[in-house]
Ligand binder design. Structure first.
Ligand code: MG
Length: 206
């Protein structure tokens, strides 16, 4: 089942904010990816003709099990039923152009196949969400190596913040930001995003 919406958090790891030369945020950037961008383990990431500087972003994905609006931080985790590994594939040149022009960056993040996600695992079966080790490899070489403990905005805060504005519905996915190390992926590469204790999603770039 595809989620109604994928809510994405930008600028949530200090190190990634620094590498993209942005200011540390008072609140995170929040944007949506369409569910039509989602693919699974083993599917191809397809770069459209003319799209340049496509980059990977390994992220922890939260799947909402219990709908809610204006969820207090103290109850936030009880609304999460599953977690997964997500690769927030981004057409960086297109995104940078949109940012510079003051336009939304939806297209650069919403391209078909730019949302690989692993099979969701029940949250009760995984280690604590605030100290998960994330890695991303390209052709076996480690590009991202981070930990959810380095998030600027923690998971309960994120759920509470988003739900203060938009109702979170059953099946919705929240992706929680990426640590440093984003880099370009090219046709022919094999990209593997993984989180210890949760799983991995591997995709070839074509
Ligand atoms: Mg991202």
């Amino acid at each position: 089942m595809k989620p109604g919406k994928i809510v994405c958090i930008g600028w949530n790891y200090r190190s990634h904010v620094t590498e993209l030369e942005s200011e540390l945020p008072e609140v995170p950037a929040v944007f949506l990816k369409p569910s039509s961008c989602m693919v699974g383990d083993g599917d191809d990431i397809v770069i459209p003709e003319g799209v340049t500087n496509v980059q990977h972003e390994v992220e922890l994905a939260l799947v909402i099990g219990v709908p809610g609006r204006c969820i207090p931080e103290s109850e936030a985790l009880s609304h999460v039923s599953h977690v997964a590994v997500f690769n927030d594939v981004s057409a960086r040149d297109m995104q940078s152009r949109a940012r510079a022009e003051g336009n939304p960056w939806d297209l650069s993040k919403g391209i078909d196949t730019f949302g690989p996600m692993s099979v969701p695992v029940p949250v009760g079966e995984v280690p604590p969400l605030d100290s998960l080790h994330l890695t991303l490899t390209v052709n076996g070489e480690v590009r991202q190596d981070g930990n959810t403990r380095d998030m600027i905005f923690g998971i309960p805060w994120i759920i509470s913040y988003i739900s203060g504005y938009m109702t979170l519905e059953e099946g919705d996915v929240i992706i929680t930001g990426t640590p440093e190390g984003v880099s370009e992926i090219r046709r022919g590469d094999t990209v593997c995003a993984s989180i210890d204790g949760i799983g991995s999603v591997t995709n070839r770039v074509v």
